[in-house]
Design a protein around this ligand. Structure first.
Ligand code: ADP
Length: 488
C-alpha cells in the first residue's frame, strides 16, 4: 500500500468518481487527507450490476476456494496492518493502539467466517414416511449491500463482508463519508487477493458518495437481496422502509443506550477496570459503550472515587492519536463535540454534579475536538445523558436501592443493544442477565465484542445477528427439497 487510494472499486477495478467531491479530513489536525470524487447514482448502479453478476460466480465457487479467499483476506489485512492502522487513525482520530486492535479484530472476522464456512452443513431430518427424503440445502442469499459507520472503519466492513463471501454471496459496501480511505485501502488488498486466488474480482465493491443517492441506487437494484447496516436508529428506519417494498432482508445494528450496573457485592476494582474499558474505548464512540452507570447506593461513592482516580490518570494521556502513549484522541467531528457539550451542560443545569472533566482540552497544534474524560454523578433518567446516547467520554452515574429497581432502570429505554452487570453473586448474575432486555451482555466484562459471538440488538437497536456461525447463517438461505423415492 503506497499512495492513498481515492477511486471507487467497482466491477473489479478502481474507477474515478463522477459526482460531487468529498474532502476527507483528519479530525485530530483538521488537515485534509484526500479528496474523493463521489459516485453518482449511475456509478452505484454499475456497482450493483457487477455485484449481481459476481454473485452468480460466487455461488458456483467451491467451498474450498471461498474459504481460501476469506483466509487470505485475513492474512492480507495482517500483513498490511501497520499501514491500515495508521490510515484508520488519520481519518477517525482513533488512538493508534486501538487502531492496531481494530486491524486484528477485522482479521479475526475473516478467520472466523472461514472456519464457520468449512463446517457449514445442510440437514437431513428423519422423514415421517418411507418414500420421502427431506433435504435441507444451505444456499447463499445472493447480492448484498453493506452500509457502514465511521467508528470501526475496517472492522464493520469485515463483520459484514467476511460471512458474505464465506457463504458465497457478493457485497457492495458504502462506507461512512468520514472514513472512506480505510475501506479503499482494504479494496486494494481484496483486488490483490482475488487476483491471486482466482476468486471473482467483483464480488466486493466500494462506492462512496452522497449517502441517500448511493444507498438508494444500491437498495433499489432488482438483484439486491440483503442490506446490512450499522449506524443510527433514525437512518436504520429510513433504510428498512426502502427495503420493505421488495422484502429485502435486513440486518440493522443501530444505536444503543447501554446500562452498566454495579451491585454492592461487585469486586469494585474489577468493576472499575471493566468500566474504563467499556466507557472510554475510542473516547466513548462505540455503539456498545456504557452510557448509564447504575450504582448500588451503598457503594456508589466508593466506586466513583476509584473510577475518578483512573479517569484523572486517563486525562494525562489525551493528545496526538498517532503516539503510542495516547489513550484519547479527538472526537470524530464538531457535531459529536457539540452533543457531548450539550449533554454535560443539560445534566449540570438539572442538578447533576461534575466530579471530573466536563470541558474541552486544548492540545497545542491540534483541532479543538479533544474532550476530557468526565464523570457526572447524581444524574437521573430525564437528563439527555441518560435518555440519549452521549457517544462521548462521559460517565453519567445514578444510584439504585434494589435489584428490581436496577433492572427497571436498565430496561427503561427504547434501546436494547448492550448491557453490563457487575456482581460476584452467581445467583444474582444469572437473574439479572436473564432480565436485561439487551442483545449483548457483559457479565463482569466491559469489552464483550468478539468475532465468534452473535452480535446485534433488540427493540430500537435493530434486528439480526452478525458474527460467528450466526453471521454465516445471516447470509444463507435454506432450501427444502422434498425427494420422493419410488420403492423397488
Ligand atoms: P452516525 O450518526 O454515527 O454518523 P449514521 O446513521 O448517520 O450514523 O451513518 C451511518 C452510515 O449511514 C454512514 O455510512 C452514512 O453515510 C449512512 N447514511 C446516513 N444517512 C443515510 C441515508 N439517508 N441513506 C443511506 N445511508 C445513510
Amino acid at each position: 500500500m503506497h499512495e492513498l487510494e481515492t477511486r471507487h472499486y467497482v466491477a473489479g477495478e478502481f474507477v474515478a468518481g463522477d459526482a460531487t467531491p468529498l474532502v476527507v479530513v483528519n479530525p485530530a489536525t483538521d488537515a485534509p487527507l484526500a479528496t474523493i470524487v463521489g459516485a453518482s447514482a449511475a456509478l452505484a448502479t454499475r456497482a450493483a450490476e457487477a455485484n449481481a453478476a459476481a454473485t452468480r460466480e460466487m455461488r458456483v465457487l467451491s467451498t474450498l476456494k471461498r474459504v481460501e479467499l476469506v483466509r487470505r483476506l485475513a492474512a492480507g489485512i495482517r500483513s498490511n496492518g501497520v499501514q491500515l492502522a495508521a490510515l484508520l487513525t488519520s481519518e477517525s482520530g482513533k488512538p493508534i493502539v486501538e487502531s492496531r486492535g481494530e486491524v486484528e479484530y477485522a482479521a479475526s472476522f475473516f478467520e472466523n467466517a472461514a472456519a464457520a464456512a468449512e463446517v457449514a452443513a445442510g440437514e437431513l431430518p428423519a422423514s415421517r414416511v418411507a418414500d420421502r427424503r427431506v433435504l435441507v440445502l444451505r444456499e447463499p442469499i445472493g447480492a448484498t449491500v453493506a452500509i457502514t459507520p465511521w467508528n470501526f472503519p475496517l472492522a464493520m466492513i469485515a463483520r459484514k463482508l467476511a460471512p458474505a463471501l464465506a457463504a458465497g454471496c457478493s457485497q457492495v459496501v458504502k462506507p461512512a463519508e468520514e472514513t472512506p480511505l480505510t475501506a479503499l485501502a482494504f479494496a486494494r488488498i481484496y483486488e490483490q487477493v482475488a487476483r491471486e486466488t482466482g476468486a471473482p474480482m467483483a464480488a466486493f465493491s466500494v462506492v462512496i458518495g452522497d449517502p441517500p443517492t448511493v444507498a438508494g441506487a444500491l437498495i433499489s437494484h432488482p438483484s439486491t437481496r440483503k442490506l446490512s447496516f450499522t449506524g443510527s436508529t433514525e437512518v436504520g428506519r429510513i433504510l428498512a422502509a426502502q427495503c420493505a417494498p421488495r422484502l429485502i432482508k435486513t440486518a440493522l445494528e443501530l444505536g444503543g443506550n447501554a446500562p452498566f450496573i454495579v451491585f454492592a457485592d461487585a469486586d469494585l476494582d474489577r468493576a472499575v477496570e471493566q468500566a474504563m474499558l467499556s466507557k472510554f474505548r475510542f473516547m466513548g464512540q462505540t455503539c456498545i459503550c456504557a452510557n448509564r452507570f447504575l450504582l448500588a447506593a451503598s457503594i456508589a461513592d466508593e466506586f466513583l472515587a476509584r473510577l475518578e482516580a483512573r479517569v484523572r490518570a486517563l486525562a494525562t494521556a489525551i493528545g496526538d492519536p498517532t503516539l503510542e502513549s495516547t489513550r484519547m484522541g479527538p472526537l470524530i467531528n464538531d457535531a459529536a463535540l457539540a452533543k457531548v457539550e450539550a449533554h454535560v451542560a443539560d445534566a449540570i443545569a438539572r442538578g447533576a454534579r461534575l466530579r471530573v472533566g466536563g470541558k474541552r482540552r486544548e492540545v497545542a497544534g491540534f483541532s479543538r475536538r479533544f474532550y476530557e474524560p468526565t464523570i457526572l454523578s447524581h444524574t437521573d433518567p430525564s437528563m439527555l445523558c441518560a435518555c440519549e446516547e452521549t457517544f462521548g467520554p462521559v460517565v453519567a452515574a445514578m444510584t439504585f436501592h434494589s435489584e428490581a429497581e436496577a433492572i427497571v432502570l436498565a430496561n427503561a429505554v427504547p434501546y436494547g443493544l448492550a448491557g453490563y452487570v457487575m456482581t460476584q453473586d452467581a445467583d444474582r448474575l444469572l437473574r439479572v442477565v436473564e432480565s436485561l432486555d439487551f442483545g449483548v451482555i457483559g457479565a463482569n466484562d466491559g469489552a464483550p465484542s468478539t468475532a465468534e459471538a452473535p452480535f446485534g440488538g433488540r427493540k430500537d437497536s435493530g434486528l439480526g445477528k452478525e458474527g460467528g456461525t450466526h453471521g454465516l447463517d445471516a447470509y444463507t438461505d435454506l432450501k427444502y427439497v422434498s425427494l420422493r423415492v419410488r420403492p423397488q
